[in-house]
Ligand binder design. Structure first.
Ligand code: DP6
Length: 348
């Protein structure tokens, strides 16, 4: 099954219809997995081997504006026009082409992100989720969040979780067409929970998570233990969220990330996203815990780490990590991301 078959199934008679509007905008937050997605059962459709669970990063994410134009596709990232032949542009155009007839209409895509691209901060997750939402507006499809989650997944697996704020679970599903592999938000809000971004390196990663997870699945002797670990961690995390049990949430999240990184380290050729400073930051977190501060970390496919802690500890966290960027969940969780569009006359 191809990506275009999934798109046809979801859009049915709306597939390849001309856009309803001349422009559309959408925002999607970045998300950080507390229980990671690491390994695919289907490469083409980004179907995962396990379910996963994330927390969204509120105002850290991607704003996307799509505008119909007459001459050619034009991609702008944070105000800079990109060459359409660049791998980033190619990935984006491949996704957008799933919804157009022979590359028409031409689109200007203005993407603004406030997180570094491909530095393990889920930039592709919010990017594809925002594009899927903006396309939904532009074409006037009126798709459900579940269908948008499936479409965003075709761009990047973790994008399926970037349609909501708050806690989000992506169900692995079992179907070959992946129609049961979508994300959903959990009903629980946890306003005191904070995420801190500890930036160690802004640079783009040398090895994509796509390649790294495939190599891990194929070559790591430890990978066979991963699905069981995920299943246990998912239940523990969901219980910790309902009971607002921070110590359990932190412990399971950190252990899940370290186990994922252990599977990569045991792949061949070996993979690590850690820099020496990453390990120093981890040791700093462990030292703080020894001193009685409840703080835990997680790490994705990059050297940066993200801290989890409660609002009460913000002062001591800042003292230990002076450059940390903190995202608090005080304001409304599960708020729908904003979208807008301008009506245009019928297509030519
Ligand atoms: C470590 O979603 O970037 O961040 O589906 O191949 O695009 P593709 O991978 P991607 O992988 C994310 C991996 C992770 C863990 C996670 O976010 O769950």
């Amino acid at each position: 099954m191809k990506q275009s078959d999934v798109v046809k199934m979801i859009l049915a008679e709306k597939w390849q219809q001309y856009p309803l509007h001349s422009s559309a905008t959408a925002y999607a937050p970045s998300n950080i997995a507390l229980c990671k997605y690491w390994g695919k059962r289907n490469q083409e459709l980004n179907l995962p081997l396990t379910s996963s669970l994330s927390i969204s990063l509120r105002e850290k994410g991607a704003h996307t504006q799509l505008l119909i134009n007459d001459s050619q596709d034009c991609i702008q990232l944070n105000g800079q026009v990109l060459d359409n032949a660049m791998p980033f542009s190619q990935k984006l155009l491949r996704f957008v082409n799933l919804f157009r007839v022979r590359g028409q209409p031409y689109l200007t895509m203005n993407i603004h992100t406030n997180i570094p691209i491909a530095a393990g901060l889920a930039s592709s997750a919010c990017g594809f989720a925002a594009i899927a939402k903006a396309l939904n507006q532009l074409f006037g499809w009126q798709l459900s969040a579940r269908d948008l989650s499936i479409l965003a997944r075709l761009g990047s697996g973790s994008a399926s979780r970037s349609l909501w704020q708050g806690f989000v679970e992506w169900h692995a599903g079992v179907r070959e067409d992946g129609m049961d592999s979508f994300a959903e938000d959990l009903p629980t809000a946890w306003p005191e929970l904070c995420v801190g971004l500890v930036m160690i390196n802004h640079q783009e990663k040398a090895l994509s998570s796509r390649e790294a997870m495939q190599r891990t699945v194929m070559t790591s002797a430890l990978y066979s233990a991963w699905p069981q670990k995920v299943s246990t961690d998912l239940s523990l995390l969901k219980r910790a969220i309902v009971e607002k049990d921070f110590l359990h949430l932190g412990k399971v999240t950190e252990s899940n990330a370290l186990t994922m990184h252990a599977t990569m380290l045991s792949a061949w050729p070996p993979i690590t996203y850690c820099l020496p400073e990453t390990l120093t930051a981890m040791q700093q977190v462990w030292r703080m815990r020894d001193e009685g501060i409840a703080v835990y970390f997680t790490q994705d496919a990059g050297p940066n780490i993200k801290l989890l802690f409660l609002e009460n500890d913000i002062a001591s966290i800042r003292q230990n990590f002076p450059t940390i960027e903190i995202i608090c969940n005080k304001q409304a969780l599960n708020m729908p991301a904003t979208t807008s569009s301008n009506i245009i006359p019928n297509p030519p």
